[in-house]
Design a protein around this ligand. Structure first.
Ligand code: AG3
Length: 274
């Protein structure tokens, strides 16, 4: 990643980008799958990028990691016990699941370098991956799901955007294979991009899940360092999630108001997924 006068920019289109002025570039490595960069920013702490796209910053990662875990956790009619994370090699998602009390978390990350980078530059996010309740497997998530005979109450797809290595993670066939490893009341959730700048990502996730599951719901959150700051997640199940809404422990972003409000979608988002 070449820096222009110490600014890192994520390009959204030929005409638009988000730029961070950075104190330092701490790492730039090309792995078998992707390019990983780490920067020390001024305003957001350390920043991790993959193929030039923001994955997380120290300052706002809590929004993404709380929302991809706590929303399905509290909406599940029966308390989920066993979780599978596809991607998420930084450890942020696993960390939130441990906070929620999960006793068994399997984390399948394709790129061992993501884990190594997190260990070195984001030790607080990485640490949960060393917990004995977490089993870290370096493998292709698509292949893992096809061959495992284990069942999960919650499957979280914590992936990059649907271009390149992660494209298959937004496809109907992938959701169909996830359905095979879910328990009866099991839920799958994926990050589904910026409705404003990446409507295709949301549409792929939503329509792919709709072909396979009885219930599909999209929700949103405010993530300042992702494209447009307005981000979507989409979850699905074959069991109508009524929620266990009486005993909610707030996070730093998540609380019961956010849980309810997250499913209130703007009209243009409803249009995209109808
Ligand atoms: N994975 C989702 C990042 C998507 C960001 N897209 C973008 N900046 N264009 C985050 C991984 C954190 N565990």
């Amino acid at each position: 990643m070449k820096l222009i006068e110490n600014w890192f920019s994520e390009r959204y289109s030929d005409n638009l980008q988000l730029s961070f002025r950075v104190q330092d570039q701490l790492l730039s490595v090309k792995t078998d799958y992707q390019r990983i960069d780490v920067f020390e920013t001024y305003d957001f702490g350390k920043l991790l990028t993959i193929d030039g796209t923001v994955q997380l910053t120290e300052r706002d990662e809590f929004v993404y990691h709380e929302m991809i875990t706590m929303v399905p956790y509290y909406l599940a009619s029966r308390k989920p016990q066993k979780a599978l994370i596809i991607g998420g090699g930084d450890g942020g998602t696993a960390g939130q699941l441990l906070k929620l009390g999960f006793q068994s978390v399997v984390n399948v990350e394709i790129d061992t370098q993501v884990v190594e980078v997190s260990k070195k530059y984001f030790p607080d996010l990485y640490r949960p991956l060393t917990d004995k309740k977490v089993e870290l497997i370096i493998d292709d998530g698509v292949k893992y799901i096809r061959k495992t005979d284990r069942k999960f109450d919650l499957v979280i797809v914590d992936s990059t955007d649907p271009v390149g290595p992660a494209e298959g993670l937004f496809m109907k066939d992938f959701y169909a294979s996830i359905k095979n490893i879910l328990t009866d009341s099991g839920i799958v959730v994926t990050q589904s991009g910026s409705p404003f700048y990446q409507p295709k990502a949301l549409q792929m996730a939503h329509s792919g899940m709709s072909e396979v599951f009885g219930y599909v719901r999209t929700y949103t959150a405010f993530i300042p360092t992702y494209p447009s700051g307005f981000w979507s997640f989409t979850m699905a199940s074959d069991y109508d999630c009524k929620g266990r809404l009486d005993n909610i422990n707030p996070g730093k972003y998540f609380n019961s108001d956010v849980l309810r409000g997250a499913f209130s979608l703007p009209e243009f988002v409803k249009e995209l997924i109808k």
